[in-house]
Design a protein around this ligand. Structure first.
Ligand code: PLP
Length: 381
């Protein structure tokens, strides 16, 4: 039985060139902060990598702040921009209701521990944020808003958000965007987006785990979460992860990801699902979605059961939502889009990547009717 991986939005295989570059760098000696020859050699390699990543992200090299993950980049941006704003009497944190937990949780932490007021921008049934809500909020309380954070693309549905419009509405208010899912999957440029901060992560694009970046406009100063050696504009202290950074840059400049091919496979899958399971519901606006992601509700089933039935066929996919004590919660993203707890808990995310094939797609399609029938039968018991 083939083993099929359709969970590329969770993490995707490391590209061979990235693995090689990273492992070579692991053997290199020298702390990039050291002034001797070894240190300077590592610094040079690292700055070359920073330049490559900056070019891919549409920003200046000096705007790249390396972190250990997308989660860390999000935390630094949201908390840092909030604290900077609070110093000027602003206490509102505005996020979309469909953010990843790496924004949702720090926002609610700020409310619990740092006197922030958090307001969530609702989304419509297509999964797109309500710009009129934001306009009215900014008109009424703009002077109180420390930061607005809206993700570039949602990790559960793949739906892209109108960030340019958010920036236009925000005016002088700092806007951060979590672009962890969209970097290298769809055209994306920090400077063209107009945001003040943006998060990216290597392991979503064929780079290694444990390395990400916060892109932060040059003139912006924010308090840091980590204090120490003063690396990365004193915003993120800690000896830089040179092997991870080199692996990140190699993946970011590699041409292994073919968006048209990935999208073709995803759409082939969607067509087959729609003809085999006519009551399946595809979640999110089809015209503005990342190439590789599809989230599907299968009425009358339970996501956890489907996941296990899929796994028994050696197919890895996802419910897309958080897991708490081994039980999947109903997805806050699907609930925000108008799903009930029941239909939100009947949904699966399939995410395709650079290594996905037509055979993968066709095998999943071949077992799907039986998996859904069994899932429905189990749900009736
Ligand atoms: N933001 C989004 C939209 C994500 O999908 C993820 C990972 O799933 C993260 C942030 C967290 O990134 P990392 O795994 O690098 O911490």
């Amino acid at each position: 039985m083939p083993s099929i991986y359709l969970d590329h939005a969770a993490t995707t295989p490391i590209v061979e060139s990235s693995l090689i570059a990273m492992t070579n760098q692991l053997a290199a000696l020298g702390n990039p902060s050291s002034l001797h020859t070894h240190g300077r050699a590592t610094r040079k390699t690292l700055e070359d990598a920073r330049e490559l990543i900056a070019k891919e992200a549409g920003c200046l090299p000096s705007e790249v702040i390396f972190t250990a993950s997308g989660t860390e980049a999000n935390n630094i941006a949201l908390k840092g921009l909030y604290w900077a704003g609070r110093d000027n009497g602003k206490h509102l944190v505005v996020i979309s209701s469909i953010e990843h937990h790496a924004i949702l949780d720090p926002a609610h932490w700020l409310a619990t521990h740092e006197q922030a007021e958090v307001i969530e921008i609702p989304v419509n049934s297509d999964g797109i944020i309500n710009l009129d809500f934001l306009k009215e909020l900014v008109a009424a309380r703009g002077s109180e808003i420390a930061v607005i954070s809206v993700m570039h693309a949602n990790n559960e549905t793949g739906v892209l958000q109108p960030i340019n419009e958010v920036v236009a509405i925000a005016g002088e208010i700092p806007v951060h965007s979590d672009a962890v899912q969209s970097f290298k999957k769809t055209p994306l440029s920090f400077s063209q987006l107009g945001v003040i901060a943006m998060s990216i992560s290597a392991h979503k694009i064929g780079g290694p785990l444990g390395i990400g970046a916060l892109i932060l406009k040059r003139a912006v100063e924010i308090p840091s979460l980590l204090h120490g050696g003063g690396q990365e504009r004193e915003i993120r202290s800690g000896t830089l992860n040179a092997p991870g950074i080199v692996g990140f840059a190699t993946a970011a400049t590699s041409s292994h990801y073919n968006a048209v091919a990935v999208e073709g496979l995803r759409d082939r899958f969607i067509s087959a699902v729609q003809s085999l399971i006519p009551d399946a519901v595809i979640n999110g606006l089809a015209s503005t979605r990342l190439p590789g992601i599809v989230n599907i509700t299968f009425p009358g089933t339970q996501s956890d059961t489907l996941l296990l039935l899929m796994d028994a066929q050696r197919i890895s996919c996802s419910t897309g939502s958080a897991c708490s004590a081994g039980v999947h919660e109903a997805s806050h993203v699907l609930l925000a889009m108008g799903h009930s707890e029941i239909t939100a808990q009947s949904s699966l995310r399939f995410s395709f990547g650079a290594t996905s094939t037509a055979n993968d797609c066709d095998f999943v399609v071949s077992v799907l009717p039986d998996v859904i029938a069994r899932g429905r039968a189990a749900n009736l018991k």
